[in-house]
Design a protein. Structure first.
Length: 545
């Protein structure tokens, strides 16, 4: 498909087609194979689904447990060059719009990232791993370009405070993945809620709550903490804590057991795994009072003293508001189907959270840096209390109000290598700086977030052109460089696209109509979007013929 006449050339004063005249990318050479981002075209020269691919799948799974792979998953070929979205492989050149399920944010050949990696190698720090929970990291004087955990945390805290200003600012907890970032948020919120309840009502009233719910202390710990010193208020350790978490239907917050309580997108995520009863779910993009309608607003001491107590409220289908620790939401649902949140819905739940001191957690693990803003909640006009991110950020990050640190004790949470890998810290820092500050001459000095906003409109008009041309495309939506494309017979589209040279991934449950996720790099080129459009046009034409 040639670029449609219906698609604007000028977007916000930027000529998207004239951009091509400024391409001067170096060739990327790996083991004798070459690829140039500005000149590459999708060109499949052989069937990727041959005996070599079948043997690779069989060898891959010989001693690995099943994860998310299926027999149709593309075979990734190492030892070939990658340039932006283009990948040279033995069967030709294809485009990657999968991006490791949103792990890739910027072209891996970007000079700022390559310089950071070269500097680490020069200083023999590429393999250095510190245990950030036990060590304070100090860089030797004169060792510039190397980023410590504290430097990365400082940068993230400043980014968060610029986007969502807060008295006292933010602190950061680092981990290794998105689900771990969400686990930390859950634990932080529950510790905060319990600490606030203890301060407000004391251990005696909370003991009454436990008695009404049949929750007993753990005798081995008595009324003392692990160190032998008195726990707050002489409080014992209880076998369970009735602190509720709230999330939306269709959500995906990870597969570890804590995050899984909030995840509600696919049956396979839940089968055979134990659950806590302290979780609330309600429809995504439902009424603005979706959370408020589930709550008993009375102070906890009044609930305890009333007939039936806490158990009576729960039996009636409501939850004491002061027992809810957090609400977690994706501002753009990913695994659940690539659906944008309704700002009115989010604003209503935000008001409920503020009213009842429930911590609002924005899961930005997949959306960070992809929608024309650092966080998609900036588009919605909603300020979260806690932000979680990973994937394109290179590390798992839980960013929360600094004042919550007073509710935590040493040992409340930890993880192996979380924030302690010098390589990840350094690449993360330079990725963040490049995303927000690098003024690329290819884009007439615009930053990559500005590029996302412009290219997002170009992608939107490109998808509209495809929808007008092909009946198999039934809908699309998104922001910046993150779109969902709804099609008929999705699995056939994805399989056909791989054979034509597009690497794609679905989102949400399969059905007569279902969604494909389209992920573009923050520094995506007009040339790459046009190559996607021409190839997808051919894929859909194949289906229709």
């Amino acid at each position: 498909m040639k670029t449609s006449s219906r698609i604007r050339t000028l977007i916000d004063g930027y000529d998207v087609q004239a951009e091509k005249e400024r391409y001067a990318f170096p060739d990327i050479e790996v083991a004798g194979a070459r690829l140039n981002r500005g000149r590459a075209v999708v060109a499949i020269t052989a069937d990727p689904e041959d005996d070599v691919a079948a043997r690779a799948r069989a060898a891959h799974m010989e001693h690995l447990y099943t994860t998310t792979h299926d027999d149709a998953a593309p075979v990734l070929e190492l030892g070939y060059p990658i340039a932006g979205h283009f990948v040279q492989a033995r069967h030709g050149v294809y485009m990657d719009l999968y991006l490791g399920v949103a792990q890739k944010l910027i072209d891996e050949n970007h000079p700022s990232l390559l310089a950071a990696v070269d500097r680490m190698s020069e200083l023999r720090l590429t393999l250095r791993r510190e245990i950030v929970t036990d060590d304070y990291i100090l860089a030797r004087e004169g060792v510039d370009g190397i980023v410590t955990t504290g430097m990365l945390a400082d940068h993230l805290a400043k980014m968060a405070n610029e986007a969502f200003p807060r008295d006292g600012g933010y602190d950061v907890f680092f981990s290794n993945s998105g689900t771990e970032a969400n686990e930390a948020a859950i634990k932080l919120a529950q510790r905060t809620r319990w600490s606030r309840l203890t301060e407000r009502y004391g251990a005696t009233l909370l003991g009454e709550v436990m008695a009404q719910l049949g929750i007993a202390p753990v005798p081995a710990f008595g009324s003392t903490g692990d160190s032998g010193s008195d726990a707050p208020g002489g409080e014992p350790l209880y076998a369970d804590y009735p602190l509720f978490t709230a999330a939306c239907e269709g959500s995906f917050h990870g597969r570890t057991l804590g995050s899984l309580h909030l995840t509600r997108s696919k049956k396979v995520h839940h089968t055979a795994y134990s659950k806590s009863r302290w979780t609330i779910h309600f429809p995504f993009n439902g009424p603005a009072d979706s959370l408020e309608s589930r709550l008993d607003p009375r102070p906890l001491n009044e609930v305890v003293a009333a007939d039936g107590g806490v158990a009576g409220v729960l039996d009636g289908g409501q939850v004491p508001a002061e027992l809810v620790a957090l609400f977690m939401v994706e501002g753009f649902q990913g695994e659940g189907g690539y659906t944008l949140a309704d700002p009115t819905f989010l604003q209503g739940v935000r008001e409920t959270c503020t009213k009842h001191e429930i911590l609002y957690v924005a899961d930005e693990v997949q959306t960070f840096g992809r929608t024309g803003a650092a966080w998609v909640h900036q588009h919605h006009g909603v300020a979260p209390d806690i932000l979680t991110m990973a994937k394109g950020a290179w590390v798992g990050c839980t960013i929360a109000p600094a004042e919550l640190d007073r509710h935590l004790d040493p040992g409340w949470h930890s993880n192996t290598w979380g924030g302690g890998k010098v390589f990840d810290n350094t690449v993360s820092y330079h990725t963040l700086k490049t995303l927000t500050e690098y003024e690329d001459p290819v884009f007439e000095g615009r930053t990559y977030l500005e590029n996302e906003r412009i290219k997002g409109e170009y992608i939107r008009e490109t998808l509209a052109s495809l929808a007008n041309t092909h009946s198999a495309v039934t809908d699309f939506s998104g922001l910046g460089c993150m779109f969902g494309l709804t099609v008929l017979d999705r699995e056939k589209v994805i399989a056909g696209a791989w054979k034509r040279g597009l690497k794609l991934l679905g989102a949400g449950e399969p059905g007569e109509e279902s969604t494909i996720r389209l992920l573009f790099l923050a520094d995506v080129l007009t040339h790459e979007i046009d190559q996607f459009a021409e190839t997808m046009d051919a894929v859909l034409s194949d289906m229709e013929s």
